[in-house]
Design a protein around this ligand. Structure first.
Ligand code: CP3
Length: 344
């Protein structure tokens, strides 16, 4: 008999309950390393795939079928809310996202339209419903959104950056407008996550991918209250919430205090040290370096075993990478990782 849906490994681990084996899934598991994804991308742009619920749902299922992971993540992008926000979004081949009308003036913040995710992003909810229905009951669907800081950084920079110069200048010189922007983004992503849960997502992840560029004191002042608000709104939907960031080692206790049933950590901190910092009662997700998947298999296995040894079989560990799967990753490497984590 198959277990009741809430008894699946991944959801139990989110609640820090013991599981038969450690659950595993991969950030960016639906993407370019998969030949069946690349085949669809030849015919459609990234935004077309996101905008078409049938295609988004199909891509969501691809890694589940290929890898036997314990959770699926919706195929979408954290920047989709920029379209109803009127910021304009496109993806240039090989260059990443481009925001047509970035926020450079304080006055632009007050002019942003109010977004109602369940209607303005209705196509995402349709994709959630289709994917949730098509998945096997023991593989829950994870809905997601970008965290206020990571979204604000794209809205201000207009695209990818290494230095976050424009973002920090805006934050330091226009603190009132900064907090207004963050407040609006927190309400938006909180409502967006809750709507995905109502449509059938059984867990949610908040991606604060770039928050590690900040000094700990700036995290506390400029980001913490807004992440806390977004996570509180998401949590009210009644499903577990994963709070993920990279380069968060030095302010991990604060990052964890902002909220999340599960804290996602990257490879820049050993898993056991991170777990100590966030508190042993909290669930943790991570933290293999995605580049380890490019190593020869014996090297890779050693690194997988190191992560598992540091978790030491304690309840509440979800195996994942410290950031997304790299496009160069061999499918076989991911398949082997799933086998090792599941005890093979
Ligand atoms: O499998 C999954 O994880 C689900 C799909 C997913 C995508 N983006 C699809 C995508 C998820 C969860 C995201 C989140 C996302 N998007 C984040 C947070 C996670 C992270 O990696 O830090 C961020 C920062 C973005 C913004 C974004 N989207 C960037 C910077 C880029 C370009 C960089 C790149 O990898 O090419 C994207 C494009 C994107 N989003 C792709 C995919 C599969 C690749 C584009 C393509 O197919 O051409």
């Amino acid at each position: 008999m198959s277990p009741a849906p809430d008894d699946c490994r991944f959801l139990k681990a989110c609640r820090a309950e013991p599981t038969d084996v450690t659950p595993v899934w991969f950030m960016r598991q639906a993407g370019r390393y998969l030949p069946e994804y690349r085949a669809l991308r030849q015919k459609h742009s990234l935004l077309e795939l996101c905008h078409t619920p049938e295609l988004a749902a199909r891509i969501t299922l691809q890694p589940v079928e290929r890898l036997g992971v314990d959770a699926a993540i919706l195929f979408a992008d954290i920047l989709l809310p920029f379209e109803p926000l009127g910021l304009g979004l496109s993806f240039a081949a090989g260059e990443g996202p481009h925001i047509t009308r970035p926020i450079h003036e304080a006055t632009q913040v007050l002019e942003l339209p109010r977004v109602e995710p369940s209607t303005d992003l209705a196509y995402v909810m349709d994709a959630v419903r289709l994917a949730a229905r098509a998945l096997p009951p023991h593989v829950p669907l994870i809905g997601f959104a970008g965290a206020p800081f990571t979204l604000a950084s794209y809205a201000i920079e207009g695209g990818a950056t290494r230095s976050f110069t424009l973002t920090k200048r805006f934050m330091y010189s226009e603190p009132r407008a900064w907090h207004e922007l963050m407040l609006r983004l927190a309400e938006l992503v909180g409502a967006y996550l809750a709507a995905q849960a109502r449509a059938g997502a059984r867990a949610l992840q908040l991606f604060d991918s770039w928050v590690g560029c900040l000094a700990p004191a700036d995290y506390a002042t400029y980001v913490f209250p807004h992440s806390q608000r977004a996570l509180e709104l998401a949590r009210a939907a009644g499903v577990p919430v994963i709070h993920f960031g990279t380069d968060t080692a030095v302010f991990l206790p604060d990052f964890a205090r902002a909220g999340g049933d599960v804290i996602g950590v990257d490879w820049r901190i050993p898993l056991d040290v991170a777990w100590e910092r966030i508190g042993p009662e909290r669930a943790i997700q991570g933290n293999l370096d995605p580049a380890a998947l490019l190593a020869p298999l014996p090297e890779l296995e050693q690194r997988v075993r190191d992560v598992l040894d540091r978790a030491a079989g304690r309840a509440g560990h979800i195996f994942n990478l410290g950031h997304g799967v790299l496009p160069e990753t061999p499918v076989e490497a991911l398949q082997r990782v799933v086998d090792w984590v599941h005890g093979g």
